[in-house]
Ligand binder design. Structure first.
Ligand SMILES: *Cc1c(COP(=O)(O)O)cnc(C)c1O
Length: 714
């Protein structure tokens, strides 16, 4: 029966589900069909299949001998979707009829859907993918940003330029979500100044469904039609309007679709209005008092806080709250002061603004930070919410972040894993025993695999640089130089992340002469690739970016320190798979977890990082390198100086000598031992299957059963 479908039908069906995106085989098939079209359109299969109507696709597939590979992928997909012999089936049965609703302002699933800006979004995407792989009944709720997050280009002076491209829903793997009446769902949220409407799109992420609200419909004023145009693009008024759509609108969308979640998981405070809408439903449907409805709703709500950085916690003034949440407050029988009190540490303090994080804590009985150290920091940061408890008793536990293995693992590395790990390793990635087999890989095959990934990255970097130069009308002479950029035999260090001040991208450039000396050592040279976006309205970030960029353009670092534009999932994938070392030097303890360093572990790359976030609990002295001793100084300037000294010291006395110490076969045996230890000790812990299993055991199942157990604090 399956055979009767055309190739085009099969691929259309396959790519209507983002499952395809974490199948290396399918990525290779699309690349083979039309490499330029594929790379030129953010790896978007909808666009590719439009350009290859059935007959043309059939001919191309015959030419390349793709039929059996496509049929195989298609069969595997059906097997995946119909198999329920899974971890979730045995461990999360209580959620079967009433799934978890996972709310997030961003979802980073694939480069063809740029509705994420950074780590928070990637984490949400990886959470959905692991929930699908483990077969956890879960739906996602978010916003469809029609113009997404921006693409980054640098002008000829290295100043960041942002560009936005409108994504048409018919070019994305989305369909209109339908309600119980089989009609497309449209919901509304009333404000004091009018109603805002949204339609709802459905995206399939394996077994999981993600619902995205979109205000770009004719019911709205022109201004509100643009409300969901951009992620983090507006002022606080746009922000609160986006957040009432995400929280209140999202909860209404689920009700309209006929989904009654048993658990609400708020991934960061942006969605903290959602429980208020659930409370309204309980009052209206079950006749509960506000207090009783709040108690019952909070028992089924989980909240994950994501940053100790103050600016990362949304605050709104009383006017904005009254305009946007006032009507819901009226229905809940709350006075303006009582409503404001829900978002204040001290409800009676009229000078306190309304904080979404405070609201989220008050409306959930389970709260967690995203690493062990971040747990300590969060309990201290929010202790005033529980003034009667000592710091250790503050009910904020931690579940450390992880990454989705199939999304971030290089194909060549996967081949190696397939050979040395147990056959079904990929469905047991959360178990330590499974990873022990990595010791069996021989030094030679491991190093060869790594070296081929590094060569791939160097080729990619040269192509990217050429494109960047052509855009800025560089001379042919300048373009020709790109062929000599980066030496595959020299140590290559990667650094890519948002240009937030605490991430200190330019720390290593503190003493330029010293860096130039390290880079240009003729026996043991060192090279760097930098990437990262600055927030569009952060001119400080842009100035730091410009400084880093300028250093790469001429003088002693040229050709050896590279800046690549437009950091996104695609660029991240290349970087985390192909560098030798991944550098991370945040100002401790501001990196709540960090996940890019977890991606490199899977690919045989070593971390060189401040003992902050996940690395503070991951580093064991032999599975990577540590900068500093895990202390913080009250004075930033002193801390920066101290960390810089340690970074240079570790680089010169540990990293560089170990990398260049070779045996008779030119293999760095000590380095390879560290890689093996890194994969073996970290792979099983810092992946999103383990993370989602922790959420199921510690949050979802107890919350669905109305049990009030806390996430363990330590
Ligand atoms: C993984 C990832 C991040 C988050 O990395 P951090 O180490 O937490 O900064 C941000 N952006 C992209 C594109 C990523 O892939």
């Amino acid at each position: 029966m399956l055979e009767q479908k055309t190739l085009h039908e099969k691929l259309t069906e396959l790519t209507s589900n983002l499952w395809w995106s974490w199948q290396p085989g399918l990525n290779e098939i699309f690349r083979a069909i039309d490499q330029p079209l594929w790379s030129g359109n953010a790896h978007n299969p909808v666009i590719l299949l439009e350009a290859y109507p059935p007959e043309k696709l059939e001919a191309r597939a015959r030419e390349l001998g793709l039929h059996s590979r496509i049929n195989y992928a298609y069969r595997r997909w059906h097997e995946y979707m119909s198999s329920h012999d899974t971890w979730g089936a045995t461990r999360a049965g209580i959620l079967n009829h009433h799934p978890v609703a996972y709310f997030s302002a961003e979802f980073g699933m694939h480069e063809s859907m740029p509705i994420y800006s950074g780590g928070l979004g990637i984490l949400s995407g990886d959470h959905l993918k692991s929930a699908s792989d483990l077969d956890i009944p879960l739906v996602g709720v978010g916003l469809l940003y029609g113009e997404g997050y921006f693409s980054q280009h640098l002008d000829a002076n290295g100043w960041q330029q942002e560009s936005y491209k409108t994504m048409h829903p018919d070019k994305l793997p989305v369909k209109a979500a339908v309600g119980k009446d089989c009609q497309p769902v449209v919901i509304s949220v009333e404000t004091r100044t009018g109603k805002i409407y949204a339609r709802v799109w459905e995206v399939n992420v394996g077994r999981v469904r993600l619902f995205l609200l979109d205000t770009n419909i004719p019911n709205n004023t022109d201004e509100d039609r643009r409300l969901t145009a951009r992620l983090y693009g507006g002022d606080t008024r746009i922000r609160i309007r986006q957040e009432i759509m995400l929280g209140i609108g999202g909860a209404r969308a689920l009700a309209a679709i006929g989904i009654q979640p048993s658990v609400i998981h708020m991934n960061e405070g942006h969605s903290a209005f959602a429980p208020l809408e659930i409370i309204r439903e309980r009052i209206q449907e079950d006749g509960l008092s506000f207090d009783a409805a709040l108690r019952e709703t909070a028992a089924s709500c989980c909240f994950t806080t994501h940053t100790p950085v103050e600016a990362g916690h949304d605050r709104f003034d009383a006017g904005l709250i009254n305009e946007h949440v006032g009507p819901l407050g009226d229905q809940l029988g709350l006075s303006h002061d009582a409503l404001m009190g829900l978002g204040r540490v001290n409800p009676q303090n009229p000078s306190e603004s309304f904080c979404m994080t405070v609201l989220a804590f008050k409306l959930s009985r389970k709260a967690n930070a995203v690493s062990s150290l971040h747990g300590v920091v969060s309990r201290r940061m929010w202790s005033s919410l529980w003034p009667w408890q000592s710091e250790e008793e503050i009910p904020i536990g931690h579940i450390t972040n992880g990454v989705h293995v199939p999304t971030w693992l290089a194909t060549q590395m996967r081949v190696l894993y397939d050979r040395v790990l147990p056959v079904d390793w990929h469905i047991h990635t959360g178990e330590p025993g499974v990873w022990a087999g990595f010791e069996k890989a021989t030094s030679g095959e491991l190093w060869e695999t790594h070296q081929s990934l590094k060569n791939q990255l160097i080729g990619f970097t040269r192509r990217r640089l050429e494109t960047q130069l052509r855009r800025n009308n560089a001379s042919e002479e300048q373009i020709a130089e790109v062929a000599n950029v980066l030496d595959p035999r020299a140590l290559l260090i990667g650094f890519a992340r948002r240009f937030a001040p605490y991430k200190r991208t330019d720390l290593i450039m503190r003493e330029f002469e010293l860096l130039a000396q390290i880079v240009n050592d003729s026996d043991r040279p060192v090279q760097f690739i930098f990437a990262g976006k600055s927030h569009p309205r952060d001119d400080n970030g842009k100035a730091i970016l410009q400084r880093v960029w300028r250093a790469t353009q001429e003088g002693p670092l040229k050709g050896k320190v590279i800046f690549l534009e437009d950091y996104d999932i695609n660029l991240a994938r290349h970087l985390v798979q192909g560098v030798d070392v991944w550098l991370n030097n945040p100002r401790r303890p501001l990196e709540a977890s960090g996940t890019s360093g977890q991606k490199v572990v899977l690919n045989g790359v070593l971390n060189l990082s401040i003992l902050d976030g996940w690395w503070a609990e991951a580093y064991d002295g032999h599975n990577g390198f540590a900068i500093g001793t895990g202390r913080s100084h009250v004075n930033d300037a002193i801390q920066d100086e101290r960390d810089w000294r340690s970074l240079i010291d570790v680089l010169r006395n540990q990293v560089i000598p170990m990398y260049y110490e070779r045996d008779a076969d030119d293999l760095p045996q000590q380095w390879i031992r560290r890689i093996k230890r890194s994969v073996r000790t970290l792979g099983w812990r810092f992946n999103s299957d383990r993370m989602v299993m922790d959420y199921v055991n510690q949050c979802y199942v107890p919350a669905a059963g109305g049990l009030s157990s806390q996430i363990p604090v330590l």
